[in-house]
Design a protein around this ligand. Structure first.
Ligand SMILES: [Zn+2]
Length: 203
């Protein structure tokens, strides 16, 4: 775990956002006690009796989330999560773990390696990084601060599911995300599927 002091909610503030389906209400929640400014976004009817929040654990991808990079599927997955969770109620945890935790500079270097024919995991290894450098204990810790101990998980990544369960979160169901494949990210998605067991679904 990367936190160095107890984690707590620092600020909770309304930020209306322009989503694909129009303007929606969102509450951005920052945390104290973290080295990186990970944050949560609360969308739709997230709490109340009988509500089991839908949760997306999303790792920052500046190229995909902001600039619409076609080398990955992060942007479409984030926007799918915003649309869906704002309807059903829940949270997005936005974790500042760019490039599966190796940072933007290294991610761009890894892209150069991929251009020579390596897949996304081989490229990380050539640069001396593990396949996945993200801290999967972090999301469970943040969820507990948010008092979310029971949820539905919006993810195709079996490692995320496993880490939540191991950290005592009651994952009532695992809801698959769409598969956003294009000619530029096909190899990347296939590597995640074949080597890490990510599920692929037609959207
Ligand atoms: Zn991405």
């Amino acid at each position: 775990m990367e936190n160095f002091q107890p984690i707590d909610i620092e600020t909770e503030v309304q930020v209306p956002i322009q989503a694909a389906k129009g303007e929606i209400d969102a509450t951005f929640i920052s945390f104290s006690g973290l080295r990186e400014p990970h944050f949560a976004i609360k969308l739709g009817p997230a709490d109340g009796p009988g509500v089991i929040p839908l949760v997306r654990i999303h790792s920052e991808c500046v190229t995909g989330d902001i600039f619409g990079s076609l080398r990955c599927d992060c942007g479409p997955q984030l926007h799918e999560a915003i649309d869906r969770i704002s309807t059903e109620g829940g949270y997005i945890l936005y974790l500042r773990q760019e490039g599966r935790g190796i940072g933007l500079n290294s991610k761009l270097r890894a892209y150069k390696e991929q251009d020579k024919g390596l897949d996304t995991f081989e490229a990380n290894r050539v640069l001396g990084f593990p396949d996945d450098a993200r801290d999967f204990n972090l999301p469970a810790a943040l969820l507990k601060v948010l008092k979310v101990t029971q949820l539905r998980l919006l993810s195709n990544n079996p490692d995320k599911l496993k880490s939540l369960i191991e950290n005592g979160i009651d994952v009532v169901s695992s809801v698959p995300t769409g598969t956003f494949m294009n000619s530029k990210n096909q190899k990347y998605l296939e590597a995640k599927h074949l080597q890490k067991g990510h599920q692929l679904f037609n959207s």
